[in-house]
Ligand binder design. Sequence first.
Ligand code: NAP
Length: 293
Amino acid sequence: MARIIDGKVVAAELRNRVAGEVARVKSQHDLTPGLAVLLVGNDPASEVYVRSKHAQTQAAGMASFEHKLPTDVTQAELLALILKLNRDPAVHGILVQLPLPGPLNAEAVIHAIDPAKDVDGLHPSNAGRLAGGFAALTPCTPLGCILLTKSVHSSLEGMSAIVIGRSNLVGRPLVQLLLNQNVTVTIAHSRSRDLPQLIRRVDLVYAAVGRPELVRGDWIKPGATVIDVGINRTAAEGGKTRLVGDVAFHEALDIAGAITPVPGGVGQMTVACLLANTLRAACAIAGLPNPAV
Ligand code: NAP
């Protein structure tokens, strides 16, 4: 029976470390890290995420600036707000809640964010720095995946991994982070041949696909660590929906060495890593050493 990796516990530990370092930079350097979150429109799921980010930012002792914009905000108005936040010394992190509604161009919006404040790690400057092996602000979900893996294995050096999915948000940055940990990485996507065979060879499985229970239990190498990024809503009894991951959890439990549940795994880590990125950005902008988080 696999060990279940509790994302709630790992995320709470990270939030505590962040809160401790925030208190330290406040008292030693009079620096209050600030995060600005921009939400366009009223998508209910996005509103829930933004509320949670606001509450957790404040609980960590940071300043939280929420900007709710109407669905019909123009691209020019949105870009003007980002340029204002780029210049605002109280703001160290800027996050635009994606997806953006309507005709708004997400790529142009991401490009407008000052890379030093790009706490989502999506600006090409940060993506390029990460790919080059240089220090960078890195997307939060892949960072969370590494921390969850490290809660099981103190060193990942020499291990083999597969990352299933190659999005800019998850798969690609995760591959780079694993390389930085000296892991040997296979990258799979929708055109990969014989996925079960590729998965069976590796010590670490990262599923970031968005297909409910795509990865079956008997595809997994006995004892492997499985990190399930997928969040899929499927029909359940009584007309309700339930969340499932990209891995058939109950099948994998009998074979894996350790596995993250959905919900309660990777999803817990994303906001905690956002807080850590905001603190890192604040320290870097102020010319302080990297915080110990
Ligand atoms: P995405 O942009 O849609 O990318 C999905 C990737 O999966 C693509 O690279 C695609 O390949 C690949 N893929 C699709 N079908 C496949 C198949 N049958 N076999 C192998 N690969 C296949 O999705 P994403 O934004 O990376 O998100 C992935 C999942 O993670 C979603 O369920 C999302 O909800 C979840 N997510 C969770 C969190 C969190 O906080 N827990 C954060 C972000 C995302 P191609 O490139 O060839 O099309």
